[in-house]
Design a protein around this ligand. Structure first.
Ligand SMILES: Cc1cc2nc3c(=O)[nH]c(=O)nc-3n(C[C@H](O)[C@H](O)[C@H](O)COP(=O)(O)OP(=O)(O)OC[C@H]3O[C@@H](n4cnc5c(N)ncnc54)[C@H](O)[C@@H]3O)c2cc1C
Ligand code: SF4
Length: 499
């Protein structure tokens, strides 16, 4: 470890953000980078704790203390080499990971945690600017061919790893662009799409074949892939939205958050919005919040992305409602360190302006006589103890104005479409939630078909999708070759403690 007293001398310093007054006028990224000197100082706060719990907090097992030390020692190339052994895409996680590693940082017990995510982003951006990120073309090719369905972070991570092992990889994507939710879903102000394109271009040079506008199940049949490839990886995500079953939910003016968000990604890229993120025609081709009273149903991250986008559209008002009670401002006692804390999260989008309401019951979508949405009937949920049981009561029922309702109430399962039916017909199983089932080797009940990412675990995080893609790739390599030299998740502190 470079500086034993770094954590005593230096305070946590995050990168500057563009001012709200400036950033709401465009869709450019909000967060900037610290200077090289500041980042090296931040890395010196990593305190050689002995048992780095951050290591286990990161689903990729990123080797955090080692890359922090290399940055502090100004050996950025070595830091990049360490980081890239466990993470194919630090430029994505360094921007949009909620950083569970920081919640389990040992320094975080009594001081602000090491700024791990920012250091990760700084390493990869330095690597790009120095020309260290170059295509890896395998010296030896095997004769194995692998088809990957879906080009989100799970599919991309698996493609990169399997290509590295020498296999010929073809990625099928139903949308017109590669990237899954990184491309269509996550707003540009959190992740600029040039960052996704920059990586995909490198992957193409590595020999990976990408086929867009190709809905497997519809255009290309699953059987074509299972017959012509040695293995098939299904990484189709989980974007079927939860439907709000209350009176009036057929009103004009209610849309799933994904349709709203992905349209804005397309507008920013000057892509026609006639087809949605699935490559299908959607009922209304222009979902815009400009001048509207917007209510976002759901208090999570997708809802927060709708807040930021609605502010950029110049909505007349923005309200975000959530059925759950307001979380505590600090870590709740039922999620002690090093767990991911239950606590109030205020995003950069919230900072730009929104009214957040908690413990709200949505009772009805109110329509005018043309069937258009004009308001929501909501009430406050309170809890009463009755005969030893907690009972829910709705009080203070009231109407709030709303002519655009965006449903961000979560995703129920992977799409139950033609591909899903074809997968079931070749022996792949689905679980009780409606996602696809694979064993601990990511292999389904059809030995040639593997599953990874949200399609298997349900809507989750980019870092988990990358982790699943890498693990699935390792198991596919093992299945095809009988051995593998692809890296698995690095050994975690918890694993070491268990030994
Ligand atoms: C609005 C929003 C914001 C989010 N923000 C964050 C965030 O800030 N940080 C974070 O960590 N996570 C975030 N997430 C979650 C994260 O994006 C997902 O967990 C992650 O993208 C899942 O990766 P995946 O590869 O499994 O699936 P996806 O990214 O969903 O990719 C699946 C791909 O498969 C394609 N596909 C589906 N069916 C077919 C078919 N039949 N044929 C061909 N292609 C098909 C889809 O078009 C899609 O491109 C967000 C999610 C949403 C919805
Ligand atoms: S990928 Fe996420 S959890 Fe892992 S080190 Fe980076 S910020 Fe932390």
């Amino acid at each position: 470890m470079g500086k034993p007293t770094g954590f005593l001398e230096i305070d946590r310093k995050l990168a500057p953000k563009r001012a709200v007054s400036e950033r709401v006028n465009d869709y450019k990224e909000i967060e900037l980078l610290n200077s090289t000197e500041d980042t090296e100082a931040q890395a010196s706060r990593c305190m050689d704790c002995g048992t780095p719990f951050c290591h286990n907090g990161c689903p990729l097992g990123n080797i955090i203390p080692e890359f922090n030390d290399a940055v502090y020692e100004q050996n950025w190339k070595y830091a990049y080499d360490i980081l890239s052994t466990t993470n194919n895409f630090p430029e994505f996680t360094g921007r949009i990971c909620p950083a569970p590693c920081e919640s389990s940082c040992v320094l975080g017990i009594n001081k602000p945690a090491v700024a791990i995510e920012l250091i990760e982003k700084s390493i990869i951006e330095k690597a790009y600017s120095e020309g260290w990120v170059i295509p890896y073309v395998p010296k030896v090719r095997t004769d194995k061919k692998i088809a990957i369905i879906g080009s989100g972070p799970a599919g991309l991570a698996a493609a990169a790893q399997l290509n590295k092992a020498g296999h010929l990889v073809t990625v099928y994507e139903r949308a017109d662009q590669i990237g899954g939710l990184l491309r269509y879903g996550i707003p540009d102000f959190k992740l600029d799409k040039s960052v996704v394109t920059r990586r995909v271009e490198i992957m193409k040079k590595e020999g990976i074949i990408f086929i867009t506008n190709s809905n497997v199940g519809m255009k290309d049949k699953l059987a074509n892939l299972t017959n012509n490839f040695d293995a098939v990886l299904v990484a189709t995500g989980s974007t079927t939205p939860r439907v709000i079953s209350v009176k009036g939910n057929d009103a004009l003016g209610i849309y799933p958050a994904m349709e709203f968000l992905s349209q804005q990604n397309k507008r920013n890229a000057s892509i026609n919005i006639e087809l949605n993120h699935k490559g299908e025609k959607y009922g209304n081709t222009n979902i815009h919040a400009g001048g509207k009273h917007v209510v976002i149903i759901g208090g999570g991250d997708t809802g927060s992305d709708c807040v930021g986008t609605s502010n950029r559209h110049r909505a007349a008002s923005i309200t975000q409602i959530e059925v759950m009670p307001k979380p505590p401002v600090d870590r709740a006692s039922n999620t002690p360190w090093p767990n991911w804390p239950n606590m109030l999260r205020t995003s950069t989008s919230h900072d730009e302006g929104v009214e957040r309401l908690w413990s709200i019951s949505l009772q009805e979508f109110i329509k005018n006589d043309k069937g258009e949405l004009e308001g929501l009937l909501i009430g406050d949920i309170i809890y009463n103890m009755k005969d030893g049981k907690m009972e829910q009561e709705v009080i203070n029922t009231r109407k709030i104005p709303c002519d655009l309702a965006l449903v961000a109430a979560g995703f129920v399962h992977t799409d139950h479409d033609s591909l899903f039916d074809q997968l079931l017909s070749v022996g792949v199983k689905s679980d009780e939630r409606g996602n696809l089932v694979a064993n601990s080797s990511y292999q389904s009940d059809n030995e040639k078909v593997f599953i990874a990412g949200d399609a298997r675990r349900g809507q989750s995080l980019v870092v988990w999708a990358i982790s699943e893609g890498r693990e699935a790739a390792r198991n596919i390599d093992l299945f095809l070759m009988g051995k593998t030299s692809l890296e698995g998740k690095s050994v975690s502190s918890f694993d070491l403690l268990a030994k």
